[in-house]
Write a protein that binds this ligand. Sequence first.
Ligand code: HEC
Length: 125
Amino acid sequence: MSSASLPRPWLLLSLLALLLSAAAGASAQAPATVEPTRQQALLRMVRQDCGACHGMQLTGGLGPAITAQALAEGERSPELVFATIWYGRPGTPMPPWRGLLSEAEARWMSAQLLAGLPALNGGPR
Ligand code: HEC
């Protein structure tokens, strides 16, 4: 075994830190930005979890359409979309997601919805 193929300790440590912070859930040390790997997980969540109610293409189902076009037509602000994701809509089936997302992640998701989620159309699955 050559030493070149041995994993470097700092790499292992940073991987461990990443895993730990992911497991700890986010609120205490919410990242200012959303890491690319987490972005992929969030986009998957939108397609699968949100899509279960809002439709595979987000064009509506049990919940209303939340495509960029629908949100623009309803003049939904980033703050309103974020608050809907974060707190849910009490009295409706729309659940709160604040236990599952950090605030930065919910804001990022809101921005992606308003921007039209490019990864939904031909992005990596
Ligand atoms: C169990 C079903 C369900 C799931 C899962 C769900 N939603 Fe909803 N959502 C709803 C319903 C129903 C409404 C309409 C609430 C109302 O009547 O105000 C809604 C409303 C919304 C709205 C407001 C739309 C508008 O026009 O103001 C947004 C944005 C939204 N959901 C985003 C999401 C996102 C993002 C996810 C995934 C993280 C998600 N929803 C998951 C059922 C769901």
